[in-house]
Design a protein around this ligand. Structure first.
Ligand SMILES: [Zn+2]
Length: 138
């Protein structure tokens, strides 16, 4: 299923890379390429929230964690938030040669009229099908 929001590949990618969407996260979201690093997957998952690309968010989430959620939950959450920006703070491992990595970030969004700064350190693991979001670290 393609992203629910209309997509213009020439606009700046929402992940903040300063590259056009079509040369950044969209390739991963549309399944044309695998995100090569944990950071690339993290960025593409943020962009997938912006585009309400639910299938991609589902597919790149660890099966153990997503079993507590549903595609409908993801769609509702992504749609209810106005996504305002992503800031990557630190990246630990998660490169092409690694099997695991963490990315600390702040996602800025407005939900129910309230501005939110969500800070998280996320754990990513590489599988045969590419990088997966495993969990946030305590
Ligand atoms: Zn991007």
């Amino acid at each position: 299923m393609p992203p629910a929001k209309p997509v213009d590949p020439s606009t700046a990618c929402p992940c903040g890379s300063k590259n056009p969407l079509g040369e950044c996260c969209l390739n991963y979201i549309e399944g044309k390429a695998l995100a090569p690093t944990a950071e690339a997957l993290m960025r593409s998952r943020y962009t997938a929230h912006v585009l309400v690309a639910v299938d991609y968010l589902w597919q790149t989430w660890s099966p153990e964690r997503r079993s507590k959620s549903s595609k409908a939950d993801i769609a509702a959450w992504a749609t209810n938030c106005e996504w305002l920006g992503l800031q990557i703070l630190t990246v630990d491992a998660g490169k092409e040669k690694d099997n695991e990595g963490t990315v600390s970030f702040i996602a800025i969004f407005r939900q129910d009229g309230k501005l939110q700064h969500h800070q998280e350190t996320s754990l990513f693991r590489k599988t045969a099908e590419g990088w997966r979001y495993i969990d946030h670290k305590e």
